[in-house]
Design a protein around this ligand. Sequence first.
Ligand code: ADP
Ligand code: MG
Length: 394
Amino acid sequence: MKKTIRDIDWAGKTAVMRCDFNVPLDGDRITDETRIQAALPSINYLIENGAAIVLMSHLGRPKGQAKPEFSLLPVAKRLSECLGKEVRFVASDVVVDDDVRAAAKELGAGDVMLIENVRYRAEEEKNDPEFAKDLASLGDIFVQEAFGTSHRAHASTTGIADYIPAVSGFLIEKELKFLGEAVNNPQRPFAAIMGGAKVKDKIPVITNLLDKVDILIIGGGMSYTFFKAQGHSIGTSLLDEEGLELAADILKKAEEKGVKFLLPVDVVAADEFANDSPHDTYPVDAIPDNRMGLDIGAETIKLFTETLKTAKTVVWNGPMGVFEMENFAVGTKAIAECLAEIDATTVIGGGDSAAAVTQFGLADKMTHISTGGGASLEFLEGRELPGIAVIDDK
Ligand code: ADP
Ligand code: MG
């Protein structure tokens, strides 16, 4: 078990907290403040428990240079409004300098400040020890709360923990609880649904999950590579040439391991990659040469949902079709609705899958939606994330 902010007596201490304030901006207007809202419980806990708080984050890709369009100033303003108290924005082009250090020292119990975008410094992504030490010098205890960057060993996510103790915030605690429990100690039957575009990207995830799941369901763009590996013609559907051999390998492994392995039995295929393109449903062995599969068909929806109803734990990564287009969102929506209804632990990992579930208004019906796209994938691969590994054990 990893230590959390609950395990610290904060009186007289300063927290240096790595948040994920990488919010989408239109000029200096924040167009989606989900990530700011998500950080509030941990910040409020620290305030209530008498900590002084130094917040840090990256925003976009300023590539090691001070670029005003990537400044965290809009975040400081919005955070102040959300917390109902001033968040001092102590900006420096080098992120940490004497003024920033002095401002951090002056903080009293419950005071909050935000420093400038850590990626203003190239040393951040290089995990430079001197920069990590500079960040550590701003406080007494490192709080890891940015799951989305925890798979990267950067100065503000990993290096800093070489100099001060490290604990997790509530967001990380939740990710470890739900993703970790699902993968390592699931209630069975345990089903994984894999979809999305590329087989190659997700092979390590599928391979790792094959050792853990009872049921593996494959849908979405990646299923065509499996069909091809089985000898079906797939028309103009997405094919991951490099993934062909790997797909054949997975089919074999699944059989060896006795995993219930489900592929679509019918697909919705269209003339073109466009919402208004003419389309029909075909069995997987009858996809026309001039059409591309963009969604799972009705028979498949029935097969998948009937199977999922038997599961007690479900991890879902990757949409079942091109859900961004209304006509090809049917399969993804049906799976989301099924997961919303069943009596099981349901965990969504992957940026587009999370977006799909949110788009259907079903986000609050899931047990857990992971906030880290790449990070949750690496977690599902069974890899140790460097930003998690550095958190002190209880
Ligand atoms: P996640 O972000 O949840 O891990 P991916 O990034 O792997 O998911 O894949 C999501 C993308 O896959 C979506 O943009 C979706 O439109 C696309 N996709 C799903 N099914 C198909 C398909 N049959 N053909 C082409 N693209 C597809
Ligand atoms: Mg994606």
